[in-house]
Design a protein around this ligand. Structure first.
Ligand SMILES: *Cc1c(COP(=O)(O)O)cnc(C)c1O
Length: 472
């Protein structure tokens, strides 16, 4: 490649221009465009096929064009979608540096600097949760699913240590996980992966405002315990994926403790509220958790994937994950190497991008972004209501689920509204079902720190235009 230095330099400049220009350009461009598998596949094969080495500048340009055309642009301030954020530039720098040095964080001794940078930022974020870094374990994960898996494995190691050697059947009762109807479905996969089986998942019904019902949980736990089940863990959610709803964290903690179950809080998205002193009370009770899931690649505005797992019981984590091999470098220092205290083995420097963003913005800067998005969520609720839409979820966080009398009367459908919106591609929203058996509703989440009042207005106008067209 060295003979192609100038070609590479030009390719880098294309990328640098894109880093700078794209976030500005995307506001007024389509968030998405219809894509057929044949069309995209045909284009990729035609543009990039062939055995001859390519010109890297040309290839980079072609890749940019292709990615621009066929991507749902989650970094657009007019993307009001799932928890996929706009990304902070310091975080992009972090991801580039992780690749440049090919940082390998399996063992501390291979990447002391990166390991300590990760430890530092995890400590800062842990303090926001009031989980003292000195007394807890914290690690970056690929995402929330891996963090939730880590929680269940740590709970097993703590509550049913014999299962680590003799298997689940060695447990004195059937280990059972208590989730809510709105818990993340990663727990279904986790029940399979851990050998607990999906029958070990007990779903607690919600209260009318869609929160986990602590009384119903209490009754289920009592009945199950009498029937010989072993309450392994209770999972509360701080910001459900569908409706951004925060379970009553304190009350659920109380019930979990009473029954001797591990208490896990899945705050994959909502955990970010902890950074803002103003919003922190919304997730009060999270500090009582035995373990917490919090994704940096959601509301901390860093590129995927970056999840975090916090746990108050380092000893349980060690039991769940420790191994020693003849070929890994020996341990140094007081903490076990990442490979021996987490699910992953080889690991990239997931946390470097979080570290650089945190240091660049400071806690105050981060809090401002999160508060701004929360305000934009409030504005969206107000504007939708003024335009005659009905808000159907109850949360202070910026996820807005809504319907309209025209939809409820059957004059048009959620699917038709979405089809029309995706066709034009000016904004992106989704739909969700807030309770099993209920009709779908529209869902808009402020996921970009760049979203401003103009973008919110644009979304509401686009919804009104679509509704009017479809009911004309
Ligand atoms: C997104 C999400 C997850 C899964 O996290 P990934 O990062 O996608 O693996 C788990 N729980 C909740 C509440 C989520 O919103």
């Amino acid at each position: 490649m060295t003979g192609r230095r100038s070609e590479l330099d030009r390719a880098w400049r294309r990328v640098l221009d894109e880093v700078r220009d794209f976030p500005e350009e995307i506001r007024d461009r389509r968030v998405c465009r219809p894509a057929s598998r044949e069309e995209v596949r045909g284009h990729v094969e035609e543009t990039f096929g062939g055995d001859a080495p390519g010109d890297i500048e040309q290839i980079t340009g072609d890749a940019i064009e292709c990615l621009r055309r066929w991507t749902v642009h989650v970094t657009s301030p007019r993307y009001f979608g799932l928890f996929n954020p706009s990304v902070l530039e310091p975080a992009i720098l972090g991801d580039v540096l992780a690749a440049v040095y090919n940082l390998q964080l399996a063992a501390w001794s291979h990447a002391p600097a990166a390991c300590e940078m990760e430890r530092f930022v995890l400590g800062e974020l842990g303090r926001c949760l009031d989980l003292p870094p000195e007394a807890s374990h914290a690690a970056f994960t690929t995402g929330g699913a891996e963090a939730n898996l880590s929680a269940v494995l740590a709970a097993l190691a703590d509550r049913v240590p014999e299962a680590l050697t003799a298997g689940i059947e060695a447990a004195p009762g059937r280990p059972t996980l208590y989730v809510s109807e709105s818990s993340h479905d990663s727990f279904v996969k986790i029940a399979r992966m851990t050998g607990l089986g999906t029958d070990a998942l007990r779903t607690v019904p919600p209260t009318p405002d869609l929160r986990m019902d602590p009384d119903a949980l209490d009754r289920k736990l009592s009945r199950d315990t009498e029937a010989g089940r072993l309450p392994l863990a209770v999972v509360a959610t701080a910001g459900t994926t569908a409706g951004g709803i925060i379970d009553p964290l304190d009350e659920v903690a109380e019930v979990a403790r009473r029954h001797g179950a591990w208490y896990h809080v899945d705050a994959a998205w909502g955990g970010a509220a902890a950074i803002s002193p103003e919003l922190r009370p919304l997730i009060a009770g999270i500090e009582r958790a035995d373990s917490v899931t919090w994704d940096a690649h959601k509301w901390l505005s860093v590129p995927m994937g970056a999840g975090m797992f916090f746990c108050r019981h380092p000893e349980a984590v060690r039991r769940a994950f420790s191994v020693s091999t003849g070929y890994m470098p020996g341990e140094t220092g007081e903490r076990p190497d990442p490979y021996a205290s987490t699910v992953q083995w080889s690991r990239r420097a997931i946390g470097l991008k979080v570290f650089l963003s945190w240091v660049a913005l400071g806690r105050d800067g981060y809090a401002e972004l999160i508060e701004h998005q929360t305000e934009m969520g409030d504005l969206l609720r107000d504007e939708l209501e003024s335009a005659g839409w009905r808000i159907v979820n109850d949360t202070p966080l910026p996820v807005v689920c809504f319907s309209h009398p025209d939809l409820e009367a059957g004059d048009t459908t959620v699917a038709d509204v979405l089809d029309r919106i995706y066709e034009r591609g000016e904004v992106w929203i989704s739909s969700t079902v807030l309770r099993e058996g209920r009709d779908p509703v529209l869902r808009a989440c402020v996921t970009s720190y760049r979203t401003d009042a103009g973008d919110v207005g644009h979304l509401v106008r686009e919804l009104e235009r679509t509704r009017t067209e479809l009911t004309a």
